[in-house]
Design a protein around this ligand. Structure first.
Ligand code: SF4
Length: 284
C-alpha cells in the first residue's frame, strides 16, 4: 500500500510502500504512549461492535498480534523499484511474533526480491524498538541459511531502531551488533535530548550510522518538543557527514509542522544506498 510517510520515498521520489504482514502490538517504552497505530486500530475495532462495516483485520484488539500470511507475496508483485517500510503499524520483532512468521517473511519475499533474482531493486526498511530480539533473530537466521541469506546477500535490507530519549540508546548498541547494508536511527517521537555522537563516528570496529531520522510527536496528546534538540542532532550529523531527515517539529504554538524549516532550510537527506544497489550508507 502506498504511504505518505515522507521518508519512505521510492528512488524516483514517488511515495513508497508499507507492507504489513504483521498486525497488532503492545507498548515497549515511553515512545509508545500515544501510538497512532493503536489509536487507529482501536477506533476501527470498536466500530465493529456497533455493526459499522470494517475490514475483518480489525475484529481482534490491537494487542493481539497476528500474521497476515495472505499479504506475504505483495512485494513480489511490485514491478518498479520501491522503498518498502515493513510492518509500519506494529513491531516486527515483538515477542508475540512467531519466529516462523519472521522466517517466512525473510526467506520468501525479502530473499526473492534481491536485485539479482528479479532485476527490480526494492529496498526493505525494518524499524524496531525490540532491538535485542532483532539481533537474536538475525543471528539465528544466518545460521539457518548457513550464512547465505544474511547478511551477505541482502544489500537491499536496511535496519533501524527507535531512540526516543537517552535511556534507549542501548538499542543502537544492539543495532551495531548486526551487519547490515544500511543502518539507521529514528529519533521519533523525540521526548528529550538525545546524544548519538558515539554512533556517528568511525571506529576500528564499525562504520557510522548511515541515516538519522528525527521528529516531534504528533496527535492530540503530543508531548512538548524543543527545536534545539533537532538542531543539536543536525549539527552532529553535519559534522559526521551523515544524512539527516527532519520529519516534523512543533511551531511556536505547539502545532505540528511537517518537514519544517530549520535555520532557513528543510532537511530531507537520504543515504546513497536508496539510489544505488552497490552503495552502503553515506550522504546523498
Ligand atoms: S512499538 Fe510501535 S506499533 Fe508497537 S505500540 Fe510502540 S509505537 Fe505502537
Amino acid at each position: 500500500m502506498s504511504t505518505k510517510i515522507p521518508w519512505v520515498r521510492n528512488p524516483d521520489g514517488s511515495p513508497g510502500e508499507v507492507w504489513n504482514p504483521i498486525i497488532g502490538c503492545t507498548p515497549a517504552s515511553p515512545g509508545c504512549d500515544n501510538c497512532w497505530a493503536e489509536r487507529l486500530h482501536t477506533q476501527r475495532h470498536e466500530a465493529t461492535y456497533t455493526a459499522q462495516l470494517q475490514p475483518p483485520c480489525y475484529k481482534r484488539p490491537f494487542n493481539k498480534v497476528r500474521f497476515r500470511e495472505d499479504r506475504l507475496d505483495y512485494p513480489l508483485h511490485w514491478k518498479k523499484p520501491r522503498t518498502i517500510f515493513v510492518n509500519s503499524t506494529s513491531d516486527t520483532f515483538h515477542p508475540d511474533v512467531d519466529s516462523n512468521w519472521l522466517r517466512k517473511m525473510m526467506i520468501g519475499p525479502v530473499h526473492h526480491c534481491q536485485p539479482r533474482f528479479r532485476g527490480v531493486d526494492h529496498k526493505f526498511l525494518f524499524l524496531t524498538k525490540r532491538s535485542k530480539r532483532m539481533v537474536t533473530f538475525f543471528q539465528r537466521y544466518a545460521e539457518w541459511t548457513h550464512g547465505i541469506g544474511w547478511p551477505g546477500d541482502y544489500p537491499h535490507v536496511g535496519l533501524g531502531v527507535t531512540v526516543e530519549n537517552q535511556d534507549y540508546r542501548t538499542r543502537l548498541v544492539d543495532l551495531f551488533n548486526i551487519p547490515a547494508a544500511m543502518r539507521f536511527v529514528s529519533i521519533e517521537p523525540q521526548l528529550d535530548w538525545v546524544d548519538i555522537r558515539p554512533w556517528l563516528e568511525h571506529s576500528r570496529l564499525h562504520r557510522p550510522l548511515d541515516w538519522v531520522l528525527l521528529g516531534a510527536e504528533s496527535g492530540p496528546n503530543r508531548r512538548p518538543f524543543n527545536t534545539d534538540w533537532a538542531r543539536y542532532t543536525r549539527d552532529h550529523c553535519i559534522a559526521a557527514g551523515v544524512p539527516f531527515f527532519y520529519k516534523q517539529g512543533h511551531d511556536e504554538h505547539g502545532k505540528v509542522d511537517h518537514i519544517p524549516l530549520l535555520d532557513g532550510r528543510t532537511w530531507t537527506e537520504r543515504p546513497k544506498w536508496f539510489f544505488n544497489p552497490d552503495k552502503e550508507g553515506g550522504a546523498s
